[in-house]
Design a protein around this ligand. Structure first.
Ligand SMILES: [Zn+2]
Length: 118
């Protein structure tokens, strides 16, 4: 029945993606009710609970940009500021809600692409 377990995890990951979509929309004010960070956090909390419960590795990149301290989804220009650290091939995300900084390492190619674009 190993297959069943895989399916459950797949569904769990899909749910996390949907929850993050809703949370993102709440931050961006795309939900009919407009911007609601409290609700957005609720959805992020749910996504984190699902991940913990199923012990899955979430591939959704947005999951890596959740503030560890206040659980805000870090969206550049909305809930965080981004500074590119060229020498370190990294981006520094700073949560504008609690000030926690998060460093994300870039792949070399991606940084090169940004520098070359006009
Ligand atoms: Zn934060």
């Amino acid at each position: 029945m190993g297959n069943d377990k895989g399916t459950v995890k797949h569904i769990a990951e899909e749910r996390i993606g949907i929850l993050l979509d809703i949370a993102e929309n709440f931050y961006k004010g795309k939900e009919p009710r407009g911007v609601d960070e409290a609700l957005a956090k609720k959805y992020i909390g749910l996504a984190m609970q699902i991940r913990k419960h199923y012990k899955i590795k979430v591939k959704d990149a947005r999951f890596d940009t959740i503030c560890k301290k206040c659980h805000t989804l870090l969206i550049p220009g909305i809930t965080c500021t981004v500074r590119i650290l060229g020498k370190e091939h990294a981006a520094l995300y700073k949560c504008i809600r609690c000030g926690t900084e998060k460093r994300t390492i870039f792949r070399g190619k991606r940084i090169a692409a940004t520098q070359n674009s006009r």
